[in-house]
Structures are given as C-alpha cells and as structure tokens.
Design a protein around this ligand. Structure first.
Ligand code: SF4
Length: 508
C-alpha cells in the first residue's frame, strides 16, 4: 500500500476502479492492497473498522452470537459504517474495497503486541462468522472455491451407504435430515474442533461434515491464516516503524478511542472540591476511585497517577484554580511543603491546562490509552484496575465496595477474557443498579457523565458551585484539539508532546 498526504480532498480516491479484485463480498484478506491511498482515507477507513470491531466486541458479550438481536445490530452497524452487509448486494465495490483496506491497516496497528493480536483476531473472527453465515448456500459454495477450500460434497450413493453412521455421529441429525443435507468429505486436520467435540463422523482419515457445520472448518482455516499473517506482519514492524508518516498513526490507532475526547469542559466550574469525595464513590469509574482513595490516604500520587487523575478531574469540570487548590491541599498534608508544591507540581498542573510550555490543552485519557500504555509499577495507582490489578486484589476491592458475589464472578470472568471495558460496564451496572448500561464504555469521563445523568434522572449536573472567576477558558496558542478523539494526526502530535512532557515531569 502506498500513502499520499498530498491529497487534500476528503476521501480522495487515488486509484481507479479495481472491481475485479473483489469477486465476493466476503474475504480471507490473503493479498494486501497495492493501490495508493491518501492519508485521509487511510485514517478514516481505519477508524471506521475500529468502530465496527468495538461493536462486535460489545455484542459478543451483551448478546448471544447468531441470535436475531445480534444479527440485526451488527447489520445495522455494517450499513451505517458502509461495510459490506449483505452478500447478495452485487454492486458494493466501494464497501468491499473499504473492507479490504481497513482490515490491513488494523492488521498493521494490531500486530504490535500479543494482547493486541489476540483482541484483533477475536473480533475479526466473530465478524467473519457472522458474515459467512449470512451467505446463501450457493454463495458459500462459491466462496469456498474462491478461497481454495473446495470441500467435496459426497454423492448420494455414499451418503446412503453411510447414512446410519452419519445419523449416529452427528448430534441433532435424524435420518430424514441426513437425507436432505449435503455432507462434505474433509481432511481430519481441517475438522479437529468438530472431531474433539465428537460432532462428526470419521472414516479413513476423513471427517464427514454436514453443511451446517462447515462454518467451523472455514473459521478454523481463517483463524490459522490470520494468526500467521499477524505474526508475519509483526516481524516486518521495524520497516513500518521507520515510516514517520505511519508510525504515529498506527500506534495511536491501537490505543485509540473512537468517541468524544472530553476536552470541551461542559461542566467547568460546576463541581465544588467538597463534592469530590462523594462523587468518587458514586460516579467515578474504578480507576479514578482508586486514584482518589490513594491520594487521600497517602497525600501524594506519583507522576502517572497525577496525569491520569488530574486530566480526568479537568474533564469533569475542575477549573485550573480548583485543581491547584485541590492538589496543594492534599500534598501539603503529606511530605511536600507549600513552596515545593508551587515550584514543582503547580507548574505541571498549569501545563495540563495549557497554561505553560507549548500551551497544549491536554485531553483526559481514554480507556484504551490507560489500558494499553504505561502500566503501573510498585507504588503506582494509575492504570485500569480491571487490566492491571491482580485478580485476587481486584476481587477484594470489589468486595470492599459491596459488589455482590455473583457480580464479582461476572466481572472476573470478563477480566479473564480480557474484556476490561466490559468488566467496567458490569461494575457500572452493579453500582448503579441498572440491568443494561445502555452505552458502550470507552472513556472514564464518559463513565462519569453517564453516571451523573442516571443519578440526576437524565438532567445535566446541577451547578452547585458557581464562581464566574473560576470558569476556565480555553486559551491555547495552538489549534484546539479535535473534538473527536479519533486518532487524527493532531492527536498523534499531542501524544508525542505528552510523552515529552511525561519525560520532563518525572518528579515523584
Ligand atoms: Fe477506568 Fe476505563 Fe478501566 Fe473503567 S475500563 S476502570 S473507565 S480505564
């Protein structure tokens, strides 16, 4: 794939029509795209696929795969994001092209670590399963031939000869069903899962797979191919990382979050410092509740904690003056005197609010950023408790917060499956006594906003503390950050600057 930043036009197309490349709506993504695309298109395709995979992840936990609800929601998302959604649609070249290119972009972004590879593989598999099962029998057959899986359907004579065995070895099959279904003769290596689950008849090194189970075989094949491809892509990372246009974009994508960035402080000045203790219990996500408790207990937070918590507080509406007062009051109760605070820590707080240095108005961290970068070490309290805490410690914490045992079990199951944000959603449901959170959680500040909405019956946060002098105006010499926190190049720059800032203010 070649990239061009010259194209200013949104979604500019740099290549001609390559319709013949996509004879099917479904793909195994065997060949990378070879056309030139603009960086604008590169970015927008990647973000849309990321949104789609997030929906796939959410649906995989909130609904049963293959049910009508699951299918309807997924189809709706595919339509919305303009990905191929119905195999029968003949003229969906643009959608197929987007599907192809976006898959490869995320493959680049998500090959970078074991965790990322696993997550990507899981969501792509679920997406593929849904799409494959939506194909008609005829299209399935065509697709199998297209991807060189020409499993041979056994003839009527052989089927009649094996009818008893097929009926006995294929769960849920009666004789009449055996007669009406096609069976495929598949090499044992391709049917290991069915064989292990004793769901298939085996003879002379071949499995006789009914048509309705062929998706298991195809999915296995796809999984093997995709995980090999991810490992190979990871090996070629050094050459990709040397491309200065792509690297920030790709690493940002894998940490990226696709909702609002909470840099626009709607509630600025509406929260009083006295409210924070109560809010931390009622409306803070676990990561921020943990940081707040640690700050109150030890009157100090190390650098990672101050950044994560400080920007969150800014996002929920603390003004710069309030932030300075809040941190100072707490720190001087510990080992830091007022003078040291003013000289050292106050500068970094003003920096976060865009009042020092490059005057960048930093945005609160998204869940992905917290989960994927800068893991906490000994003595740190930042990070995501669902991702970074030892499960036993997490369990104790949840018990101490009076989460019922069944809820704790559900949360720990989600954590085990590496669905950290979904575990957090479950925590929200349990602490707010709702059955369905009703949104897809991606950001600690989103958690706070949704909690407040719920607790106030859908109303905006009440203004309990008003002081016109406390209203913080954005006053950047730089362009303000894009209100969508999608990984735009400006955000990538901000991130780079943030890294620089972190290195500069490493004072503990
Ligand atoms: Fe915080 Fe997000 Fe982790 Fe929840 S999932 S604890 S909001 S980082």
């Amino acid at each position: 794939m070649e990239f061009s930043s010259r194209a200013r036009q949104k979604h500019a197309r740099l290549a001609g029509d390559r319709r013949e490349q996509y004879p099917h709506s479904l793909q195994f993504y065997l060949e990378p795209p070879t056309e030139s695309i603009s960086l604008v298109e590169f970015e927008s395709f990647a973000i849309d696929r990321l949104k789609l995979l997030k929906v796939v992840e959410n649906l995989g936990v909130s609904s049963v795969r293959g049910t009508d609800v699951y299918k309807t929601k997924l189809e709706c998302e595919l339509r919305k994001l303009k990905f191929p959604y119905r195999a029968l649609a003949e003229d969906d070249y643009e959608a197929r092209r987007k599907d192809h290119i976006s898959h490869f972009i995320l493959r680049l972004a998500y090959c970078q670590s074991e965790d990322l590879r696993r997550w990507f593989l899981q969501q792509e598999m679920d997406l593929f399963r849904y799409r494959f099962n939506e194909l008609t029998e005829n299209l399935m057959q065509k697709f199998l031939e297209h991807v060189n899986l020409p499993f041979e359907a056994i003839g009527e004579d052989l089927k009649t000869e094996l009818a008893n065995e097929l009926c006995a070895s294929t769960p849920g099959f009666s004789m009449s069903k055996v007669k009406e279904q096609m069976f495929y003769k598949v090499g044992l290596a391709d049917a290991v899962d069915l064989f292990r689950a004793r769901r298939v008849f085996i003879k002379d090194g071949f499995a006789y797979v009914p048509f309705k189970e062929i998706d298991v075989i195809v999915l296995n094949n796809y999984r093997t191919k995709l995980s090999k491809a991810l490992a190979l892509t990871a090996r070629s990372l050094p050459s990709i990382q040397s491309d200065e246009r792509l690297q920030p974009l790709l690493s940002h994508l894998s940490h990226s979050y696709v909702g609002p960035d909470y840099s626009v402080q709607k509630n600025t000045g509406k929260i009083s410092l006295e409210q924070i203790d109560a809010l931390s219990v009622k409306s803070f996500p676990l990561c921020m509740r943990q940081l707040h408790r640690a700050l109150r207990d030890s009157h100090h937070l190390r650098h990672g904690g101050r950044m994560q918590y400080g920007l969150f507080l800014k996002g929920i509406g603390l003004t710069l003056e309030q932030a300075l007062e809040f941190w100072k009051k707490e720190f001087i109760r510990g080992k830091v005197d007022a003078d040291k605070f003013d000289k050292g820590y106050a500068y970094s707080i003003r920096h976060n609010y865009g009042k020092e240095g490059k005057r960048t108005d930093y945005t609160p961290y998204s869940c992905m950023k917290i989960i994927m970068s800068n893991p906490p070490s000994q003595g740190d309290y930042h990070g995501c408790p669902f991702r970074h805490n030892d499960p036993e410690l997490l369990k104790q914490k949840l018990q101490s917060y009076k989460i019922p045992p069944s809820g704790i079990t559900q949360i720990l199951e989600l954590v085990k499956g590496m669905h950290f944000q979904l575990a957090c959603q479950k925590y929200f449901e349990l602490t707010h006594d709702v059955d369905d959170i009703g949104f897809s959680l991606n950001h600690p500040n989103q958690y706070f906003t949704e909690s407040q909405k719920l607790l106030s019956g859908g109303r905006e946060l009440k203004k309990e503390f008003s002081n016109s002098g406390n209203f913080q105006q954005k006053n950047n010499s730089q362009e303000s950050i894009n209100s969508s926190s999608t990984p735009t190049s400006s955000n990538a720059t901000v991130d780079t600057e943030l890294e620089g800032l972190e290195a500069y203010f490493t004072e503990d």
